[in-house]
Write a protein that binds this ligand. Structure first.
Ligand code: NAD
Ligand code: TYD
Length: 357
């Protein structure tokens, strides 16, 4: 048996591929276009593992994707591929429209044609699992109830709008064509291999480098935080037991203000790697101009996935953030390669032979 994972060289996708192969011998075909966010070094431990087939390509390739589906005959597609950074979407929304909306549309069309021609039993068992975000629901006020699966979509950034559009396409391909889709809407992930443009890795990396820790606006914006390995276990569970056509909200029950997140990281670093001048890393916090259209609060009500599929997160924020800070301290080479851009050469230098043409 085989699954096709798209975007499996990015932060969550690479954690998912590693997690999957740690628990199963089912082959993973990993299709990723290796944008700046794709890093095959994350998958270095799979270099000689025949259960992982890496394909350098685009989900929007209407010729290549059908060929891959025909060749590898996956029983499921897990779609992580997307542009994912809100700040980048503000400065260059076109890439988000292209990859997240047009790309998902084209992938759905390729998968639909493949699925329609499957024998009846394989057709019934097939799943298309689309990975989405809580950001599609828009912003909450302080005392609003958390997002349930029936909350109206109200995206505010080019990123969240592009994800919302892709979710709607996935939904329509189920209702119109019967494609057995599942959608997960997850809160902010953190953990190993997180690209240091996002808040948590950026703060760890900047703190250690003696740089400022930028807090947008007043730093009181609230996010729910989920350790990435918990997200991986949720996706595995939804793929295994989710009901086609359903969506599942995935969250960590960890609502935190950004400033509290940054202070927690500084406190951990103060203990594990004290500054030479004896001062706290928190002295590096600098309040900067706010992000345009910045959503104030996201919160996930994750009771449906717990009730129907028996999933809940294993990590608290305290345990997850401690593991994450420790991972960055122990993987300074990974950070250095990302910052220098060397991770992009690494594909050819060390992985080249196993990258399928
Ligand atoms: P990421 O930016 O780290 O990785 C995205 C990966 O997708 C990269 O490897 C990139 O090369 C690849 N990719 C992009 N466009 C592609 C295309 N057209 N064809 C093939 N590959 C393509 O993102 P991430 O943080 O790992 O997020 C993965 C998914 O999870 C995204 O769909 C994102 O919207 C969603 N999500 C992320 C979070 C989070 O906190 N990071 C939370 C909820 C949902
Ligand atoms: P981010 O990690 O970009 O995720 P998202 O925007 O998808 O939630 O940002 C998390 C929060 O941290 C968000 O409210 C923006 C804020 N933020 C900062 O205050 N400073 C920063 O340098 C970054 C990258 C984010």
């Amino acid at each position: 048996m085989t699954i096709l994972v798209t975007g499996g060289a990015g932060f969550i996708g690479s954690n998912y591929v590693l997690d999957w192969l740690a628990q199963s011998d089912e082959t993973v075909v990993n299709l990723d276009k290796l944008s700046y966010a794709g890093n095959l070094q994350n998958l270095a431990s799979l270099k000689d593992d025949s259960r992982h087939v890496f394909i350098h390509g685009d989900i929007g390739d209407a010729k290549r994707v059908p060929e891959l589906l025909a060749k590898y005959q996956p029983r499921a597609v897990v779609n992580f591929a997307a542009e994912s950074h809100v700040d980048r979407s503000i400065h260059g929304p076109g890439e988000f429209v292209q990859n997240n909306i047009v790309g998902t549309y084209q992938l759905l069309e390729s998968v639909r044609a493949y699925w329609a021609a499957l024998p009846a039993s394989a057709k019934a068992a097939f799943r298309f699992l689309h990975i989405s975000t809580d950001e599609v629901y828009g912003s909450l006020d302080k005392n609003d109830p958390a997002f349930t699966e029936s909350h109206a979509y109200a995206p505010n950034s080019p990123y969240s709008a592009s994800k919302a559009a892709s979710d709607h396409l996935v939904r329509a391909w189920h209702h119109t064509y019967g494609l057995p889709v599942l959608t997960t809407n997850c809160s902010n992930n953190y953990g190993p291999y997180h690209f240091p443009e996002k808040l948590i890795p950026l703060v760890i990396v900047n703190a250690l480098a003696g740089k400022t820790l930028p807090m947008y606006g007043d730093g009181q914006q609230i996010r729910d935080w989920l350790y990435v390995k918990d997200h991986c276990s949720a996706i595995r569970r939804v793929l295994e037991a989710g009901k086609p056509g359903e969506t599942y909200n995935v969250g960590g029950w960890n609502e935190k203000a950004n400033l509290d997140i940054v202070r927690t990281i500084c406190g951990l670093l103060d203990g594990l790697r004290p500054r030479v001048d004896g001062k706290s890393y928190a002295d590096q916090i600098a309040f900067v101009i706010d992000r345009p259209g910045h959503d104030r609060r996201y919160a996930i009500d994750a009771r449906k996935i717990e009730r129907e599929l028996g999933w809940k997160p294993a990590e608290s924020f305290d345990t997850g953030i401690a593991k994450t800070v420790q991972w960055y301290l122990s993987n300074q080479d990974w950070v250095a390669n990302v910052q220098s851009g060397a991770y992009r050469d690494w594909v050819v230098a060390q992985y080249g032979a196993t990258v399928a043409a």
